[in-house]
Design a protein around this ligand. Structure first.
Ligand code: ATP
Ligand code: TZE
Length: 551
C-alpha cells in the first residue's frame, strides 16, 4: 500500500446534491449547517451536468467551509477539478469513470482515492489492485438521488454483507462505506445487517436524508448517533467475540436458566403491562389456531397484514411474527411496513419461513424479508433452515417438518445465528435454540404436535409473546439495554434468549400434558387440549418437566 497522508473517519459521509435542496435553501448555507456541529466526518462534492469551471468554483467555496470545520473533502468523478485543488482534497470515482489505475497514476500516491463497487467481482478487483483508499458499497436500497436503479441491482444489507466478505481478503483492511437509500430509519439495521464474518462497515454515506432536510444539522446529529452506537456496541463485541458474532452479551446465560424462565413466566402471567399485542402476519391455514394459542398464553393477537395500519399498530405491538405460509402480494407489502415499524420501535420480530425450500418464489420472499427487516428470531424446521443456510442434505417438499434429520443441528443453529445475527430456533422432535455463542437442546414435546397443521406457526407466536414479555421484564426491572434497530444488547443477561426458551418449553410441555389426558384420542381432540394446557401452564410445571441442556 502507498503511504497516504489523509486519514479519514468515514462514519458519516455526506454526499452533496444541490438538486435535492429544499426549495429556497442555499447550498452553502445547507453545507455549513450540516457540518457545524461536527457530526459529518467527510464530504464528497457531487455535481452532475455542469462544466468543470463551475464545478471548480463551487468546490473552492465548499472547501473553505470544509476547512473551517476541519472536515476532509472529496471530489466526485472529476479528475481535473480534483487536481486543481490542494492535495488534501481527494477523488471518488465510479466503475464507469476513468479506470482506477489511471486515476491513481495521475493523482500520484498521496491523494485520497475512493471507488464505488456494486458487486463481489468489483470488490475483489479493488482489493487485488490495492491502490484505492476505501470503497463505497451500494446501492443498499433504491434511492431518489440516483434514478434508474433497478430492483436487481439493489444489494440490501445481505448483499452488502457479501461484498464486505470479499473485501476482507485484503492484507490491510480496505475501509468501506455503505451508500444508497440510507436514512434515520434504515441506518441501524443496515449497519448491523452488513456485518460479515470478520468485516464491518466503517460508516454510511448519506445524500437526501441530510441535503433535502430544511434543518440538515438535525438528521446529521441523529445519523451520527446511530453510527456511534453501532460502533460502540460492535467494537466492544467484536473485540471479545470476532466480527461475525451477533452483538449479544449473554455471558451468564447458562447460569440459573430454569429459574430465570420461571421468573419471566411469573412476570408475564401477572404483568401490569397487560397482555402484549402480537401482530401476526400468517397463513390462512394457521391463523385461528395461532390466535387462540396467543390468547391462551396471556397475549393479545392481531392478525393484520395491512400495510396501511402498520405504523399505528407498530406503536402498540409487543412483538411481530412474519410467517410466509400462504403469502400473497398484499401480505408481502405488509411485511415490509410491519417489519420496518417493529425495527424502529425495537420490538422483537420472529420470521417463520414456512416451506422456503419448496419453491424459488418462497426463497425470494424470505431473502426480501431478511433484507428489509432485522430479524430477532428465525424459526424453522430442518428443511426450512437447511434451505436458508444453503445446506442440501434435506430436500423440502412442503411446509411440514417431514422426516428430515440433520447431521449437525448444533452447528447449523450456531453458524446461522452468527451469520444472520439473530436467534435461531430449529424445530422438530428435538428443538435447538442458539444466539451464536450458546446452543440449547430441548427434548420436550409430543409427536402429536407434528400431526397437526400449524403447530410450528403457533409456536412462533408463543415465542414472539415470550420475547415481548422479556422486553417488558427488562424495562420493568430497569435492566440496561441498548436499542439498535431490533437488536437489544442486555448487559445483564440475554433475556430475549431466556424468553424464546420459555416459549419453546411452554408449548412443548403443554403438548405433553395434553397428550396425557384421557379425553385426547388423537390429533383432533389434541388441539383443544393443547390450548387448555397452554393456558394452564405455570412456572412450577416448567421447572418440574423441562428437559433441556446446553450443547
Ligand atoms: N415428533 C415430535 N416429538 C416432539 N415434539 C415435536 C415433534 N414434532 C414436532 N414437535 C414440536 O412441534 C413444534 C412444531 O415443530 P415442527 O417442526 O413440527 O414445526 P413446523 O414443521 O414448522 O410445523 P407447521 O408447518 O405445521 O406449523 C415444536 O415445538 C416441536 O418441538
Ligand atoms: C398447510 C399449510 N400450507 C401453507 S401454510 C400451511 C400451514 C403450516 O405452516
Amino acid at each position: 500500500m502507498l503511504g497516504r497522508k489523509l486519514v479519514i473517519d468515514y462514519s458519516l459521509y455526506l454526499v452533496t446534491g444541490r438538486e435535492l435542496l429544499p426549495p429556497g435553501k442555499d447550498y452553502y448555507e445547507s453545507l455549513e449547517e450540516s457540518l457545524k456541529d461536527g457530526h459529518v466526518t467527510v464530504v464528497q462534492l457531487r455535481e452532475k451536468n455542469i462544466d468543470s469551471g463551475e464545478f471548480l468554483e463551487i468546490a473552492e467555496k465548499s472547501l473553505k467551509i470544509c476547512d473551517k470545520y476541519r472536515v476532509p473533502m472529496l471530489i466526485n468523478d472529476n479528475l481535473s477539478v480534483a487536481l486543481a485543488l490542494p492535495e488534501r482534497v481527494g477523488l471518488h470515482i465510479g466503475q464507469t469513470d476513468i479506470p482506477v489505475q489511471q486515476a491513481r497514476k495521475i493523482l500520484g500516491p498521496n491523494r485520497h482515492l475512493g471507488l464505488s463497487v456494486h458487486n463481489v467481482e468489483q470488490a475483489e478487483a479493488a482489493v487485488d489492485l490495492d491502490i484505492v483508499d476505501y470503497v463505497g458499497v451500494g446501492p443498499v436500497y433504491g434511492t431518489k438521488s440516483k434514478a434508474g436503479i433497478e430492483e436487481k441491482d439493489v444489494l440490501g444489507p445481505r448483499g452488502a454483507s457479501r461484498i464486505l466478505q470479499a473485501l476482507e481478503k485484503v492484507p490491510k483492511r480496505l475501509p468501506c462505506v455503505l451508500i444508497g437509500g440510507l436514512n434515520e430509519k434504515t441506518a441501524a439495521g443496515t449497519l448491523f445487517g452488513a456485518v460479515c464474518d470478520s468485516n464491518w462497515p466503517d460508516g454510511i454515506a448519506v445524500i437526501s436524508a441530510i441535503v433535502a432536510h430544511p434543518t440538515p444539522s438535525v438528521p446529521a446529529a441523529n445519523l451520527a448517533k446511530i453510527v456511534k452506537s453501532f460502533k460502540k456496541a460492535f467494537d466492544s463485541h467484536a473485540k471479545e467475540f470476532g466480527a461475525g458474532e451477533p452483538p449479544f452479551t449473554s455471558y451468564d446465560i447458562e447460569k440459573n436458566t430454569i429459574n430465570k424462565i420461571a421468573e419471566l413466566l411469573r412476570f408475564h402471567r401477572a404483568s401490569q403491562y397487560g397482555p402484549p399485542l402480537i401482530q401476526t402476519l400468517t397463513s390462512h391455514v394457521s391463523s385461528t389456531l395461532s390466535a387462540n394459542i396467543a390468547l391462551a398464553f396471556s397475549s393479545s393477537p392481531i392478525m393484520s397484514h395491512q400495510e396501511a395500519e402498520a405504523e399505528d399498530l407498530g406503536k402498540v405491538t409487543g412483538a411481530v411474527v412474519l410467517n410466509i405460509g400462504t403469502i400473497g402480494d398484499e401480505a408481502r407489502r405488509g411485511m415490509r411496513a410491519v417489519g420496518g415499524a417493529a425495527n424502529r420501535g425495537g420490538k422483537p420480530v420472529v420470521l417463520d419461513p414456512v416451506g422456503v425450500g419448496a419453491s424459488s418464489f418462497r426463497k425470494g420472499v424470505v431473502e426480501e424479508i431478511m433484507n428489509h427487516t432485522q430479524i430477532t428470531l428465525l424459526k424453522g424446521n430442518a428443511a426450512e433452515l437447511s434451505a436458508i443456510s444453503g445446506l442440501e442434505d434435506i430436500q423440502s417438499r412442503g411446509v411440514d417438518s417431514g422426516s428430515g434429520t440433520l447431521k449437525d443441528p448444533v452447528n447449523l443453529v450456531v453458524s446461522m445465528a452468527c451469520k444472520e445475527k439473530c436467534l435461531v430456533l430449529l424445530t422438530g422432535k428435538e428443538d435447538y435454540l442458539s444466539n451464536g455463542q450458546h446452543a440449547v437442546k430441548v427434548s420436550n414435546g409430543h409427536e402429536l404436535l407434528g400431526r397437526i397443521t400449524g403447530s410450528g406457526c403457533a409456536l412462533g407466536v408463543v415465542v414472539a409473546a415470550s420475547m415481548a414479555a422479556a422486553c417488558n421484564f427488562t424495562k420493568h426491572n430497569k435492566l440496561p439495554t441498548t436499542h439498535l434497530g431490533s437488536f437489544m444488547v442486555h448487559s445483564d443477561t440475554n433475556w430475549l434468549f431466556i424468553g424464546a426458551l420459555m416459549g419453546v418449553l411452554s408449548m412443548n410441555i403443554a403438548s405433553e400434558l395434553a397428550a396425557e389426558r384421557s379425553d385426547v384420542k388423537g390429533s383432533g381432540t389434541f388441539i383443544p387440549a393443547l390450548i387448555d394446557e397452554l393456558a394452564a401452564m405455570t412456572p412450577e410445571k416448567i421447572v418440574e418437566r423441562a428437559k433441556f441442556g446446553f450443547v
